[in-house]
Write a protein that binds this ligand. Structure first.
Ligand SMILES: Nc1ncnc2c1ncn2[C@@H]1O[C@H](COP(=O)(O)OP(=O)(O)OP(=O)(O)O)[C@@H](O)[C@H]1O
Ligand SMILES: [Mg+2]
Length: 239
């Protein structure tokens, strides 16, 4: 479904991604783990088109998306939940969700029946968002804001969801809920590329995983295999 080949992403002169190859099959949960500054968020932002790789290619369902603008990539079916949630604090919960339904090419959809069904789906998944519909996004708890960020990303009806550190800073009860949500979304057919600090939980959940270090992929394999690899245990699982 998604294939990154030979990706190099820079911030000015800083080379944050130094030639990575990643693929995601339809229906998979694939996780990307690695220490702080490894380039995980940069990789996701390169897929969503916010950042551009100097070389290489990114294809989605066989189509080259590497040179497309971010809103076109959303319209193709890739939606990102950014690190730190980035909800709009001064907009209501419903307005935050509405923002997720906007793509430059589909403004008309916002008033349609289809859109109403999307709200209903999100509210069904996260009933608390329905309860808080008219509340400002900034007044939600951290866990609720994460649900809102995921809900917002779902409004564009993605086929592939990019999740950047969804469990970061959440109380254990919310962490469990977020991982359960990821599993449910996948069971409903959504393909997921997940970046997580919580390597153990991510590898347990994922079909496959990649380990990044200093802008490179240093290891890849089935989630369960990585979970039992001695070097991964030492470096990322605290064993
Ligand atoms: N806007 C920026 N300008 C310059 N350098 C940046 C910028 N954003 C990230 N970097 C650098 O790029 C590298 C990769 O950063 P990135 O945010 O992708 O790491 P990460 O793996 O997501 O880390 P974390 O786990 O801390 O979120 C780091 O060395 C970082 O300092
Ligand atoms: Mg990051």
């Amino acid at each position: 479904m998604l294939l990154l080949k030979d990706i190099y992403t820079f911030y000015g002169h800083i080379e944050a991604i130094k030639g990575i190859d990643i693929y995601v099959n339809k229906g998979e949960i694939v996780c990307l783990i690695g220490s702080n500054g490894a380039g995980k968020s940069t990789a996701l932002m390169t897929i969503s088109g916010v950042l551009k790789s100097k070389t290489g290619s990114i294809t989605f369902e066989g189509e080259e998306i590497h040179r497309m603008l971010p809103h076109r990539i959303v319209a193709k079916g890739i939606s990102q939940v950014p690190e730190g949630r980035r909800i709009f604090p001064k907009l209501t919960v419903r307005e935050n969700l509405e923002m997720g339904a906007y793509t430059k090419s589909s403004k008309l959809r916002v008033k349609s029946e289809k859109l109403k069904r999307q709200y209903d789906k999100v509210y069904e998944m996260f009933p608390v968002l329905k309860e808080r519909e008219k509340q400002m996004g900034g007044t939600l708890s951290g866990g609720e804001q994460q649900m809102l960020a995921i809900g917002r990303a779902l409004m564009s009806k993605p086929k592939l969801l990019l999740l950047d550190e969804p469990s970061l800073g959440l109380a254990p009860i919310f962490v469990g809920k977020i991982f359960k949500t990821i599993k449910e979304l996948n069971a409903k057919g959504l393909t997921i590329l997940l970046v997580e600090q919580n390597a153990r939980a991510a590898l347990k959940l994922a079909h496959r995983g990649y380990v990044m270090e200093s802008g490179r992929i240093v290891k890849e394999g089935e989630g369960k295999k990585l979970l039992h690899a001695p070097d991964i245990k030492r470096a990322y699982l605290g064993e």
